[in-house]
Design a protein around this ligand. Structure first.
Ligand code: PEP
Length: 249
């Protein structure tokens, strides 16, 4: 059985003091949810504050990005070893904003995944189609390409796949539970081709305008194992409600 995995992606939001304030309120609220893996991804500059606050809470410290080299002359970059050193257990890789604004290709995504795994960092790998691709009937082609190229040579342990249709990110347009389930079932099928029975070990989480109002129906889908949450993870109240989703509602 896969444990649900709910992750907050704060993007470029929250200073160290904002982080401290958020986690001071959030941690006691979710103490009664040990049956859910909760991950929080603050910006790099707030990782030290979050690391201090999350000690002994079981909440997974996560970064939003990583570079694929261990060290060297790469001004402005952060290596997997540095993230492990600060207490990160996971990193997000291949978010559509990184692919769109920073030209991250499938090859770069693959290198980042491999480097992170080598350093002992788990990965949340984002894949998903644009609106044009969906309307052209190419959703599954995009998912197949991003999965096969991104995961080439990658072992299954500590690998979470985030299905994030680009048209649903930050737009308030959530995929319907049927659209999410279709995509997740397709992803599970491709993982089965790549990994055989080990495909069942992967958590496949949904991202794209998840809110307290739609989380229950999304989490009720058979192949939706969790959520990657942007906007609605910035407020303690809404992220707490998302972590406390109720299946079958
Ligand atoms: C995200 O950034 O991964 C995301 C899903 O954002 P939002 O929840 O705001 O759509």
């Amino acid at each position: 059985m896969r444990k649900p995995f709910i992750a907050a992606n704060w993007k470029m939001n929250k200073t160290q003091s904002d982080t401290w304030e958020f986690l001071s309120k959030f941690i006691p609220e979710v103490k009664d949810r040990p049956d859910v893996d909760i991950a929080v991804a603050p910006p790099f500059t707030s990782l030290p504050a979050a690391a201090e606050k999350l000690v002994n809470t079981g909440i997974i410290l996560t970064s939003q990005n990583v570079f694929y080299e261990e060290k060297g002359a790469y001004t402005g970059e952060i290596s997997p070893l540095m993230l492990v050193d600060i207490g990160c257990k996971y990193t997000i890789i291949g978010h559509s904003e990184r692919r769109q604004y920073f030209d991250e290709t499938d090859d770069i995504v693959n290198r980042k995944i491999k480097a992170s795994k080598k350093a002992g960092l788990g990965v949340i790998v984002c894949i998903g189609e644009s609106l044009d691709e969906r309307e052209a009937g190419k959703t599954f082609n995009v998912l197949q390409r991003e999965l096969e190229k991104g995961l080439d040579g990658v072992t299954p342990h500590d690998t979470v796949i985030a299905y994030e249709p680009i048209w649903a990110i930050g737009t308030g347009k959530t995929a319907t539970p049927e659209q999410a389930q279709d995509a997740h079932a397709y992803i599970r099928g491709r993982l089965r081709i790549l990994y055989g029975n080990k495909a069942d070990e992967f958590c496949i989480i949904y991202g794209g305008s998840v809110t307290p109002d739609n989380v229950d129906s999304l989490m009720s889908c058979e192949d939706v194992d969790g959520a990657l949450v942007g906007g609605a993870s910035l407020k303690v109240e809404s992220f707490t409600r998302i972590v406390k989703f109720r299946k079958g509602q």
